[in-house]
Write a protein that binds this ligand. Sequence first.
Ligand SMILES: [Zn+2]
Length: 330
Amino acid sequence: MSSADPRTVIIGEGVIVRVGDLLGEYRHPLIVTDEQVYSRYGVSVDELLGIKDEWLMVSQYDAGSKGIKPDIDIILGFGGGRSIDIAKLLARDNGLDWMAIPTAASHDGIASDVASVSHNGYRYSEKCKSPIAVVGDLSIVSEAPPRLRLAGIGDIICKTSSLAEWRLGHEKFDEPFDDGIFSFVSKALDSVLNTDNLETLIRAQIDCGKAMSQFGSSRPCSGTEHAISHAMDRDACDLHGLQVAFTTPLCLHFLNEVGYSKHSANSVIEFMRKRGMPTSLGEMSIPRNLFLENIHHALRIMEKRGRYSVLKHANVSDQEIGHALINLNY
Ligand SMILES: [Zn+2]
């Protein structure tokens, strides 16, 4: 893959001190964050930047008014998913560059060019642009609640399903495909399957974001497992990464049946159980019937997006899904 934004990635203990240098010619950043992050790091960030910065709390962000002070020349997203998403939207709406300074490694959007926006109970993606830099300070990210990190791992291991289904969609339904991007995402996936290291996880998330930006769609990193999770968002919403990981073994089960994916459903379940990730309907607090309904809704989402689902390819009935759920101990 050719190089693209983020052109600078700095990951390590205490690397937040590098943000000042990275700003270079930029003189007036707007930092998007939440109250918790601000109260913890606000003063020290003001001090280390040493220039006239402004802060915007995500709770104060109004999607209707996109205006910011005219002398703001860059946006910094400093926080969790929402801070990063709002930084993306503000950068796009004001024609500015932005930087990601994540405080949690909970999903693969830290360096992607799409923002996740909530509307009428649905989450959907809005095209923005990639950050010029990502600063992953491990001493900050390691303090995030462990569930967020598990969600981050979940949003990578679901690539066992999305990648295989992407290839299936290409071979059976002529979906656009790119070998280089396929192996780039596979590498990111393998790195997280092989180690629980936080830096590895952040790098994998950045690489997945890059892959989606370069391919021009989320397809390499998002298949039926994501569509089911989006359908689940309408009712009980858990962390994105936990939901997509939860639906992954089911999709893998059918991908394995039709001869796709080198990863077995059971190996992913074992990986998840070892780390305490939810793998059963009970742990996700979702009734079986509602889950089935979500699967049907997901198939409509896939159809609408022109994406070929393994469930459609295998022509699975509710009964077969029911058997799979029992076999996989859902
Ligand atoms: Zn995802």
